[in-house]
Design a protein around this ligand. Structure first.
Ligand SMILES: NC(=O)c1ccc[n+]([C@@H]2O[C@H](COP(=O)([O-])OP(=O)(O)OC[C@H]3O[C@@H](n4cnc5c(N)ncnc54)[C@H](OP(=O)(O)O)[C@@H]3O)[C@@H](O)[C@H]2O)c1
Length: 339
């Protein structure tokens, strides 16, 4: 196969190289997948630099999120224990080594590509959609008619959150940092947009809500909880999703007390460890939204990335905060020029 193998930590994506490598050998519980598209995440950049929480022993292949076609089912499967995805199935998921033409993955990390979806759209679904659905539907218990503020609404989890909140019947206020990103948030369903580069954004958000009462739910992947307390309603819920701004926020707790605020965390990846039974519930909910046409792929389309050689540029664009949605690299297989 071809892939981006990391033999030592690098300073940045520019140093990554695509080389010929032996095909990966699946464990007995793993599928072998032909990769057709791979999505980028900020943690991919941290991992190649040795700064991520999960650093495999050298050498390892970079990348995590992918979509593709099943080439081989787990050797441990049998008539009594049949594989869920037969050879030829279109699948997406996450496993170390997605920046390659082949990747190995166990069944819990694999799902069927939704009907009518491209490989590119499906490659970016595995992390963002369940994080935002789980946060809004399960953790914040969002109800129809409520007002939701989605921060960094044009980012990967943000665009998923905008769509989920709209589908659940909420009115959505989206924040982002550039006119283009605000336009994208609107295109994915946001009712109102606010540039959070303007220091007066909390007042502007509050002024949009009925009677200036504030929003019922805040979805925060950035680290804006403290300032969001200024525009949240009585009994509001603030979802702590991430810290894209780079530092872990500290919050003045008197603000939480004064408005009866609930601060609610979400760690989607940890459901596999602590609450596995909820994972299919979340995917069932997402599947229904997709079938109803209320949730679509969020692939960044302002620039195209094709071939493993363009992974470095895709990671640089993502890290440079130039992109929106999911930055996905199409990986044409032999005889396939476009996906
Ligand atoms: N809790 C969970 O289970 C879970 C799951 C997935 C991801 N996350 C976390 O959620 C966060 C967002 O993930 P994502 O996949 O949506 O990332 P992303 O696609 O890179 O989007 C992040 C957004 O954050 C905004 N941002 C604000 N300050 C920034 C800064 N200093 N540098 C870079 N971006 C900044 C940017 O929008 P503007 O340019 O408009 O400001 C950007 O669009 C990350 O911290 C990630 O680790 C958490």
């Amino acid at each position: 196969m071809r892939g981006i193998q990391v033999n030592q930590y690098v300073k940045g994506p520019k140093e990554l190289q695509v080389t010929e490598l032996p095909d990966p050998v699946p464990r007995p519980d793993q599928y072998l997948i032909e990769v057709h598209a791979a999505a980028t995440n900020f943690f991919d950049i941290l991992q190649i630099q040795g700064k991520y929480q999960n650093q495999p022993p050298f050498p390892w292949v970079a990348g995590a999120e992918f979509s593709g076609v099943v080439l081989a089912v787990p050797s441990a499967s049998s008539a009594a224990n049949p594989p869920r995805f037969p050879v030829g199935s279109r699948v997406f998921g996450a496993s170390q080594g997605a920046y390659a033409t082949r990747v190995c993955v166990a069944e819990p990390e694999l799902l069927a590509v939704p009907a009518g979806w491209s490989f590119a759209d499906a490659a970016g679904l595995f992390v963002t959609a369940p994080t935002s659905y789980g946060a809004l539907a399960l953790r914040a218990r969002l109800r129809a008619g409520e007002w939701v503020l989605v921060h960094a609404a044009a980012g990967g989890v943000g665009l998923a959150a905008v769509q989920v909140a709209k589908a659940l019947g909420a009115t959505v206020i989206a924040t982002a940092g550039t006119p283009r990103k605000l336009e994208v948030a609107r295109a994915f369903g946001a009712d109102h947009v606010v540039d959070y580069g303007d220091p007066a954004w909390p007042e502007r958000v509050r002024a949009l809500t009925p009677g200036g009462r504030g929003v019922d739910v805040v979805y925060d992947p950035v680290g804006l909880v403290d300032r969001s307390t200024k525009c949240v309603a009585w009994n509001g819920r603030i979802l702590v999703v991430g810290f894209a701004a780079g530092s872990i926020e500290k919050v003045a707790m008197n603000k939480v007390l004064l408005k009866n605020i609930s601060i609610v965390g979400i760690h989607w990846g940890a459901y596999a460890r602590f609450e596995r039974e909820t994972i299919p519930v979340v995917w069932e909910g997402i599947g229904q939204l997709i079938a109803q046409g209320k949730f679509r792929g969020t692939v960044f389309t302002d620039r195209e990335f094709v071939g493993l050689e363009s992974v470095a540029d895709a990671l640089l664009a993502l890290g440079g905060r130039e992109t929106w949605g999911k930055v996905v690299v199409k990986i044409p297989q032999s005889g396939e020029s476009r996906l």
